[in-house]
Design a protein around this ligand. Sequence first.
Ligand SMILES: Nc1nc2c(ncn2[C@@H]2O[C@H](COP(=O)(O)OP(=O)(O)OP(=O)(O)O)[C@@H](O)[C@H]2O)c(=O)[nH]1
Length: 465
Amino acid sequence: MLVSLGFTSAAFAFAEADNSTPSKDDYVVRYCVDPDWLPYEAIIDGRHTGISSDYLKLLTGYTELSFVLVPTSSWRQSLELLQQGKCELTPMLNKTPKRDQYLLFSDIFFKSPNVLVSLKTQPFLQGFEHIGQRTLAIPKDYRLVEYIQQFYPHIDTVLTGSEREGLEKVAQGEVDVFVGSMFSVNAYIQQQGLTSLKIAGWGGPEDELRLGVIHSKQALLAKLNSGLAKVTHADHISIYKKWHNITVIEDIDYSLVFQVLGALGLFILFLLYRTISMTKYNLHLTANNKELQKLQHELERKNSDLDFLAQHDPLTKLYNRHYFNQTFLNDERAYRNNCVSLVIIDIDFFKAINDMHGHAMGDKVLVQVAQVLQASVRDGDVVARWGGEEFVIVCKQIDLHGAAELCQRIARELSEFSFHQKIKVTCSFGVAQLNEHEAIQACFERADMALFKAKQSGRNQYCCA
Ligand SMILES: Nc1nc2c(ncn2[C@@H]2O[C@H](COP(=O)(O)OP(=O)(O)OP(=O)(O)O)[C@@H](O)[C@H]2O)c(=O)[nH]1
């Protein structure tokens, strides 16, 4: 909380008493003030002004005393003149043990809290206990110097010539904290435009202000107290209103709050934007992945189609010559240790079938022959179309005799099979068994020679190499 004070009238000046016509010398009181302690008191253009000035004016009326200002240039000088007896009274000060040595004090007539002042960047301080390692400025000869020395001797204090100097030192960063009377502190802050300062907390006991008279003028005390007793509540309020215009300003640093809220808002917006972007990106990625998967399946399907086409005869769906070459002729190791026989089959007079029934019918016959061959072999035997109307069978673990039996069985099946348009189809067979150390290619050539022999021998028969 920052408390600020404004003057309603700083120009008020106490009228000096008329020295020329005092009724009795005892009733003329020479007094000193702090020349720089507004709004409590000050000397402006040689005239006393401030709160104490107004109280003396009241006391003039209530006591028949006259007061004559002895001008000084500092509070220290005023105290020295009091000690020397050159001033008899000072109208507004705190009672302290030191001052008790040369002053007598009236009743308290004005109270005011003391406050700690720091730069706005400093934290709020609960009191002297929380000053810690910070340096504390106090105007020298102020009651608070004695108070700090007695109760907080560990605080690093810096004595200043006046409250004004102390506040300026804080504003310039030379000292961390200043302690002074709330009303005067506020007055200086406002007058000097020291906007970097704030009231950071309460400082010690409040000021209990009284009139002080030197010991030799003890008789004045009773008159003064009697005059003070006549000061009405309305008088007090009137002086207070005249010199103090306190407003309370909430010291919440809204700019910082807005900055934090703004940063938080921006951060939330950023998170929101990032989440939306990520969601969009993920959706996009999922769609792309689905599309990729679809393309991959398509590719795999096409690849397997291509694989099939690369290895199979499109008409009969049997393995083709390419597959046969790759699997058997180029990879002999798989058969070298086993008994293997080759059978080459050629349809007899197929040209005549084409010629007689047409090429399309010839195709159908080729398909049907392929079916017969496929149905006649065992699982594991491989049937391939070698080309045209020629087929090859690789019989695994079958010797020459077994392969010959297979040829007879196929011939029988063909004779019993009902081909399209009751076409009669016969085949010739060349058979060879792979010899030890014989290249498959050589075995194939022997089977081919045997087929040639079967053709030469009248067809529809097998011949073994
Ligand atoms: N329909 C059809 N005919 C084919 C195909 N491939 C080859 N041919 C025909 O098969 C016939 C083979 O005739 P040739 O080599 O003279 O043999 P052939 O008539 O069977 O006589 P031999 O083998 O000596 O018994 C040719 O007329 C080719 O055009 C095919 O895929 N489809």
